[in-house]
Design a protein around this ligand. Structure first.
Ligand code: ADP
Length: 467
């Protein structure tokens, strides 16, 4: 329970807010209490001073009486003494707690505006003030004012009650706010936790709907995206495994069939040689397919390293041409190569040869005997463009977006009979991308295909001409 995020957030909020509230309340309460006590004491002294002023104006028995009668109706008590400290009159009977105050003899130090004699309302029964009476510069006595401490305690009690009520209300509101807040924060996290648990259990169709634009909203969107990616990867993996098993089964079925035939005694030498040739071809296809699969696996695991070096591009193109010369000759194809003299590129020569060979292999395979294939290099400010075009069957428009995908073959039977595995262009695209470039295809069915490889020029000195 205590480990729950909502509880932790709630408790933390609650503690912080309560500590802040208690501190503020304490300061406010003490200030208010002090103000109220000062106010009462100030009133008491002012009242005593007023009586004293009246008596200084008119120090007669009737005035003394009048003052006493006036206070007998109020919450205050007045005691008037003469210069010898004897009580002349008082509004109420004098209690022992008052006597100690009245009897103090140290009158000399008391200023004309009077003094507060007792303000300790929490321990004493009365608070009191003293206003000395001076007529014609002669000390004539004192006006003592008393107020019951119980009155002050009652006022403070009311204040405390109000504080308690407001305090409890604030704690209640704080608890509600904290509960709502912790739910607002913890609830989406809980939903995300459930979603990720589902993801790890293999249910990849997790959708977290949220209108939030904050970090939690972003996290929910990322999880939804992750679930879609996982679902796509799962589908791709299944499709890929299906295609791979098909690709492996077909040549193996052929090989098994032909070895069965060869092992029969009644097969002529001519037929046997024919079948052995087919088996050799299928073994070749299998070897090629497995080699390509390994390459792709290495690319997927980022183990496919590109070692760039500066080379003269034209020389590389001629090496490629020399390597496919036998196939070109066999199909009586004319391959024209154009590359600006001494153009230097920074590439991994082995890998780029592989790209060119894969594309040229296709061009040769899918182009009728005696046609033309062109390989031309041009450049603009930022890129070096290698265009490989053929005049063969081309690729149907609907297949163009997919030809770079794994194991995709445009016309399955035709490309299989040509020995294609559907991985050549995928590998070519990956290698070009690892070089920071891109590969594009334009094709009009019946009129041939054009592959354009764009390699980024590095800094201006990286790709340049050698003088
Ligand atoms: P494959 O090994 O089957 O040739 P690729 O990945 O190299 O595999 O090519 C994918 C598919 O694209 C081929 O099966 C083929 O249908 C089509 N293709 C590629 N290049 C050409 C081309 N120059 N002319 C026509 N079709 C092509």
């Amino acid at each position: 329970m205590l480990n729950k995020l909502s509880v932790k957030i709630g408790l933390l909020f609650f503690l912080v807010i309560i500590i802040v509230e208690i501190t503020l309340f304490y300061i406010l309460y003490t200030n208010l209490v002090n103000d109220r006590v000062e106010e009462v004491m100030g009133d008491l002294l002012a009242r005593g001073n007023t009586h004293r002023d009246v008596l200084e104006e008119n120090y007669t028995a009737s005035t003394l009486n009048h003052v006493a009668i006036m206070e007998s109706e109020s919450d205050f008590i007045v005691v008037i003494t003469n210069d010898a400290g004897e009580t002349i009159t008082s509004s109420n009977p004098i209690e022992p707690e008052m006597t100690a105050v009245i009897e103090h003899k140290d009158h000399d130090g008391i200023p004309d505006e009077g003094v507060i004699l007792q303000s300790d309302w929490s321990n004493e029964k009365y608070v009191s003030t003293d206003s000395p009476i001076t007529i014609n510069e002669t000390h004539r006595g004192h006006v003592f004012m008393f107020a019951e401490s119980a009155n002050i305690k009652r006022i403070i009690g009311q204040l405390s009650q109000q504080f308690l009520f407001v305090g409890l209300l604030i704690i209640f509101l704080t608890i509600i706010t904290v509960l709502i807040l912790s739910r607002v924060i913890a609830q989406p996290l809980l939903r995300m936790k459930k979603a990720t648990e589902q993801l790890s259990r293999g249910n990849h169709e997790v959708e977290l709907y949220t209108n939030r634009k904050d970090e939690l909203g972003e996290l929910a969107t990322s999880i939804s995206r992750l679930s879609k990616d996982l679902e796509r990867l799962k589908n791709e993996r299944n499709e890929f495994l299906g295609s791979i098993s098909h690709e492996l089964r077909t040549p193996l079925t052929y090989m098994k069939g032909y070895t069965d035939i060869i092992s029969r005694k009644d097969v002529s030498v001519k037929d046997r040689n024919k079948y052995i040739k087919i088996i050799q071809e299928e073994t070749g296809h299998l070897t090629e397919l497995i080699k390509n699969l390994f390459e792709l696996a290495k690319i997927d695991q980022n183990e496919f390293s590109i070692k760039k070096e500066k080379i003269i591009y034209g020389e590389l193109l001629h090496t490629v041409k020399a390597r496919i010369q036998p196939a070109i000759d066999e199909r009586k194809i004319k391959l024209s190569v154009f590359c600006p003299d001494n153009l230097v590129v920074s590439v991994d020569p082995e890998r780029i040869q592989q790209v060119l060979l894969n594309i040229l292999d296709n061009a040769i395979k899918y182009t009728p005997k005696g046609s033309n294939i062109g390989m031309e290099v041009s450049q603009n400010k930022h890129e070096i463009l290698t265009t490989i075009s053929d005049t063969g069957a081309g690729i149907p428009e609907e297949d163009i977006p997919y030809v770079f995908e794994r194991l995709y073959r445009s016309e399955k039977s035709r490309s299989r009979s040509n020995g294609g595995s559907g991985l050549g262009l995928t590998i070519a695209k990956e290698i070009v991308q690892l070089h920071g470039g891109k590969i594009e295809l334009e094709s009009t069915p019946g009129k041939g295909a054009v592959f354009i490889i764009s390699l980024q020029k590095g800094d201006t000195n990286e790709e340049s001409f050698i003088d």
